[in-house]
Design a protein around this ligand. Structure first.
Ligand code: ZN
Length: 202
């Protein structure tokens, strides 16, 4: 599956000058919500991800996603795996489990994001369910930004990746592009200003 082409065809691979949540700048931005606005595409992506996970023979009770970005991908993955779905969310910046969601002791959970960059939010979601006694058996994302090592890729894990190396990470494919520290950004040097994705209607 050529994930980058799918993002392109759904107008979800944005080109411009972006300020990413990490503080870095980039010429590109992946807007997963645009890919997932078509439920048929969302279902196809989730089935592809689920087939990789099934091949690995990992027992899973529940998919858990950090809100907001991971919810659609996680929900579709749960449907494809035939398991339940819950999500964590930030309350005053602290990741929490709300809305009556519960996890039981030793419940086997896969964390699902739309995109894994360094895995920060995924790790926070994982800490929340593990504190309640569940066991995180895998991480997953539609797209891997190339910092973490996905099970089907030969990439080495980069130091920025926060995911544990002893738990498998599944992603459909890698979509990698350059990111710059603000002071070294060639786009800034050309005189344009980085914008936060979403702030101008995208
Ligand atoms: Zn810049």
């Amino acid at each position: 599956m050529d994930l980058k082409s799918i993002y392109k065809s759904q107008n979800a691979l944005l080109e411009g000058h972006f300020l990413l949540s990490s503080g870095k700048h980039s010429q590109f931005y992946l807007q997963s919500a645009k890919v997932l606005e078509d439920p048929t595409v969302a279902q196809q992506l989730a089935q592809e991800l689920a087939s990789q996970i099934k091949k690995a023979n990992i027992e899973i009770d529940t998919v858990c996603s950090p809100a907001l970005g991971g919810i659609l991908a996680g929900y579709e993955l749960a449907r494809a795996l035939g398991v339940r779905f819950i999500f964590t969310e930030r309350v005053e910046k602290i990741m929490t489990l709300r809305r009556g969601f519960e996890v039981s002791k030793d419940e086997k959970i896969i964390i699902c994001e739309d995109i894994i960059t360094t895995g920060g939010s995924a790790l926070e979601a994982s800490a929340v369910v593990e504190k309640l006694g569940a066991k995180v058996v895998a991480y997953s994302a539609l797209a891997n930004r190339g910092f973490c090592k996905a099970k089907n890729s030969d990439n080495a894990q980069k130091p920025e990746c926060k995911l544990p190396t002893d738990i498998p990470f599944f992603a459909i494919d890698s979509i990698e592009f350059e990111m710059y520290e603000a002071q070294n950004c060639p786009l800034c040097k050309d005189g344009s200003q980085a914008i936060k994705p979403g702030s101008r209607g995208n």
